[in-house]
Design a protein around this ligand. Structure first.
Ligand SMILES: C[S@@+](CC[C@H](N)C(=O)[O-])C[C@H]1O[C@@H](n2cnc3c(N)ncnc32)[C@H](O)[C@@H]1O
Length: 277
């Protein structure tokens, strides 16, 4: 009979990381095509190595905006196919009137949101031109989608200068643009969102989950993306709360952090504290 909490496929073999002699404990998805059985203590090192790879430019010396060696992003499951994270997004949409994403990629999460909520205005930005074009094609039939082909900081400045009507709406901000040669503008994004909008939710992808290294996270110049990283950018006068995954990760799950700020709908914080997602 299987032991509760133990993966029934667990093989009797050592961790797949070179020089590590611990027993294998979890099946880790290294890429879309490769999986490896490794021990839990090697998870942070593998995640860091993956994140450094993700941050490289593919063609030496190329402008990351049209890096010719970079393959176009492939379609993925929306929100990593994580049913808990998808559930959280579904619970947050009724609390807002605008969805903003930084880093469109193939447009997988954007399309998932926009198709389900045709009344919701959805803005996204993608700084790699070939990827932006593909995502625009992929979402072309959705009238509520707008994809800006440029940097996240440029899109946020556009809201301020040219779309003042939209900054009066409560927003859900899915921040997923911290890699692929563009550096990490996460702190600038958080600062601009809190300064411009009166309230909303900032949902950050690739965010370290304390005590749960199985959730993937990004590292920027040796600093792990997580609460300690973003805290200097938080406007304490607007801060309404921080939430993270309270469930067990599957091997492909990525960590996330949710920050509530400013004026929210009545009871929103209580609803989030008691929600099951
Ligand atoms: C992981 S993918 C996005 C996936 C997408 N958010 C989803 O959930 O389906 C990250 C994308 O962000 C883009 N990116 C990185 N930094 C950026 C920046 N500062 N501004 C705009 N796009 C950026 C990358 O080119 C890459 O295509």
């Amino acid at each position: 009979m299987a032991t509760p909490g133990v993966d029934p496929r667990l093989p009797n073999q050592p961790c797949g990381v070179a020089d590590c002699e611990n027993a294998a404990e979890v099946l880790f998805k290294v890429s879309d095509k490769q999986e490896a059985w490794i021990c839990r203590s090697c998870i942070p090192d593998i995640l860091k190595a993956k994140s450094i790879l993700k941050n490289q430019i593919h063609t030496e010396g190329a402008d990351p905006r049209d890096d010719p060696g970079r393959p176009a992003m492939i379609k993925q499951e929306p929100f990593h196919g994580d049913p808990h994270l998808q559930g959280l997004v579904n619970l947050l949409i009724p609390e807002v009137a605008l969805f903003v994403e930084t880093g469109t990629g193939a447009g997988s999460s954007l399309k998932w949101v926009a198709e389900q909520y045709p009344w919701l205005l959805c803005w996204s930005c993608e700084a790699h031109y070939p990827t932006a074009k593909k995502a625009q094609q992929y979402t072309i039939t959705l009238n509520n989608v707008h994809i800006f082909d440029g940097l996240s900081t440029e899109l946020l400045a556009l809201f301020q200068n040219q779309m003042p009507g939209l900054i009066t709406r409560r927003g859900l901000f899915w921040l997923d643009a911290h890699s692929h040669g563009f550096g990490c503008t996460l702190l600038e994004e958080i600062e601009a969102i809190q300064r411009l909008w009166r309230g909303g939710f900032i949902l950050i992808d690739d965010f370290v989950v304390p005590g749960k290294p199985e959730f993937g996270y990004d590292v920027n110049e040796d600093l792990t993306i997580g609460w300690d990283y973003v805290k200097p950018a938080i406007d304490q006068s607007k801060f309404r709360g921080l939430w993270g995954p309270n469930y067990e990760a599957r091997s492909q799950d990525r960590g996330w952090g949710l920050i509530g700020f400013g004026e929210l709908m009545d009871g929103a914080v209580d609803r989030l504290n008691t929600m099951e997602y």
